[in-house]
Each structure stands twice: as structure tokens, then as C-alpha cells.
Design a protein around this ligand. Structure first.
Ligand code: NAD
Length: 264
């Protein structure tokens, strides 16, 4: 299926690795011109290089900006004033008992996971409406509808993204602009890989044993019973970014391996 993404200009936040990088690569492979974003110049250069290696002739730019602050968001907006597609992918996670999550943690998670996307959408949404076409996608999580006991603050931000996403979609009546959320489940990204390697080391297990036990005991409802590949999430994201997905607006789209046991 031709996703009709050729010539579209896309911005993916937090895209030097993981789901963001996979999304940037898939968008480039579909012929979109892509802007990747991250904090480190070296990691950005590597992200761009890896896309060029995998996608011959890819059109990729990089913008170095730390989106945990207003200034960082403004830097990214100034560097890319108009985009057709905005993927608010940036998100941080950190397991912590509720009693130890201080105010600074709550505010930091809200700032990074929610406000980065809010600030970028506030700039881009009206411009997309003026041009009569646009796509905004928030990368939320299954944790947004099944709050995790071991990182309540993270779950709060992922639920907030769902509310913001649907709320923005409500403002897009008849505009040609869509705003949706994608909810990944446990995905094999760098951060998750490091976290698991540590868990396995502490438990004296191999990575395979730790993964097996995680799905057996911590995610028994997973129908996939393995980590999702970032490319499997990216496939959904690029579809919903495409003109083909015009009738999908205000949706929360699950790519969580069937962990969530609800009908819709
Ligand atoms: P990751 O940690 O692998 O990558 C995050 C990227 O963001 C990296 O490129 C990092 O350098 C960049 N980044 C971090 N802080 C930044 C900042 N302040 N400014 C700019 N860039 C910054 O992330 P991931 O696991 O691919 O997750 C991506 C999104 O998917 C997040 O919103 C996350 O909540 C969501 N998600 C992930 C999983 C999972 O299992 N990996 C599951 C559900 C949802």
C-alpha cells in the first residue's frame, strides 16, 4: 500500500533511538522528509547516519534540542516552523515506589512527557489547520489505560497524553487535520534493554530467562509473550500519519501485544 507520504515533512521528537528512531526511519523509507531530535550531537549524527545506511537517498535533518524545557521546545520550533506531521514520541520512564516519588519527579515527568508535546502541538496545530492538512500523533502507552503500580507518575503522564490528544482532535472538526494517540506495550528499546539487563543480572538470570519470566508473571495477559519490536510500533504510527488514515481521528490505537484485555 502506498501511504502517500512522499514530500510530507515530518518531525519526530526523541528520535535518536527506540520507537522514535524506528518511526523516523519508516517515514524516510516512505519518502517523507524527516527531522530527528535529541539532546546529544553525537547521538543525533549517529541516528541520521543509520537512517542513511538503511534508506538510500533519505531526506533527514537533525535538530539538537532538550525538550524538557520551554527554551528547548522553542529552539525546535524555530528550527522547524512548519511540518505536516508531528510525532510527539519523547517520553521518559523510571520505576519508583509511590512513596519515594517526590514533587520534583512528578513535575519533571509532566514537563518532559506531557508539556513537550503540548508546546509543540500549540505551535503546529493552528498552522496545520491553516494549510488544511496535518497529522499529530502522541506516543502514549498501555500504561495510560492500565496505570502501573511501580511508576504511577509515568502512568499519569501517559493518561494525560490521551486526554490532550482527544481534546485536540475535538478542535479539528472539518479541517483535514487529525490528532491521535498510539499506545505501545513493552517494546525492545535501548532504555528497556538496559533496565532488563540490570534486572537479569540482579536475579542471576540470562536475558531470555528474564524476558520469559517477565511475560509469564508480570504481563501474563500479553498475547504476544515477547517484547514488541520498535518497527512494529512504527508501522502503526506511519499509517496514522498518512493521508490514508483520514478517517481515524481522536483515536487511541493500541500496539501492546494484546496485554490490555478489553474489546475496544
Ligand atoms: P528511548 O528511551 O529508547 O528513546 C527516547 C529518545 O528520547 C532517545 O532518543 C533520547 O535520547 C531522547 N530524549 C530523552 N530525553 C530527551 C529530552 N529531554 N529532549 C529530547 N530528547 C530526549 O524511548 P522509547 O522506549 O523508544 O520510548 C518512546 C516513547 O514510547 C515514549 O513516549 C515512551 O513512553 C513510549 N513507550 C515506550 C514503551 C517501551 O516499552 N519502550 C512502552 C510504551 C510506551
Amino acid at each position: 500500500m502506498d501511504l502517500q507520504l512522499k514530500g510530507k515533512r515530518a518531525l519526530v521528537t526523541g528520535s535518536t533511538s527506540g520507537i522514535g528512531w524506528a518511526t523516523a526511519r519508516e517515514l524516510a523509507a516512505e519518502g517523507a522528509s524527516v527531522i530527528v531530535n535529541g539532546r546529544s550531537a553525537a547521538r543525533l549524527a549517529s541516528a541520521v547516519e543509520r537512517i542513511h545506511v538503511e534508506v538510500r537517498g533519505a531526506d533527514v535533518d537533525a535538530v539538537q534540542a532538550d525538550l524538557s524545557s520551554v527554551e528547548g521546545c522553542l529552539r525546535l520550533i524555530a528550527a522547524a516552523e512548519d511540518v505536516d506531521i508531528l510525532v510527539n514520541n519523547l517520553g521518559i520512564f523510571e520505576p519508583k515506589p509511590f512513596e519515594q516519588i517526590g514533587d520534583d519527579d512528578w513535575l519533571r515527568f509532566f514537563e518532559v512527557n506531557v508539556m513537550s508535546g503540548v508546546r509543540l502541538a500549540r505551535h503546529h496545530l493552528s498552522r496545520m489547520k491553516e494549510r488544511g492538512w496535518g497529522r499529530i500523533v502522541f506516543i502514549s502507552s498501555e500504561s495510560g489505560i492500565c496505570p502501573p503500580a511501580d511508576m504511577v507518575h509515568y502512568g499519569m503522564t501517559k493518561s494525560a497524553q490521551l486526554s490532550v490528544s482527544r481534546g485536540l482532535a475535538e478542535t479539528c472538526v472539518g479541517t483535514g487535520v487529525t490528532v491521535n494517540a498510539v499506545l505501545p506495550g513493552p517494546t525492545r528499546t535501548e532504555g528497556v534493554g538496559e533496565f532488563f539487563a540490570k534486572l537479569a543480572r540482579e536475579a542471576g538470570q540470562t536475558l531470555q530467562e528474564a524476558e520469559h519470566d517477565f511475560f509469564k508473571y508480570a504481563r501474563p495477559t500479553s498475547l504476544l509473550q515477547r517484547f514488541i519490536d520498535p518497527a512494529e510500533v512504527a508501522a502503526m504510527v506511519i499509517y496514522v500519519c498518512s493521508p490514508r488514515a483520514a478517517a481515524t481521528n481522536g483515536a487511541a490505537l493500541r500496539v501492546e501485544g494484546g496485554v490490555v484485555r478489553t474489546l475496544i
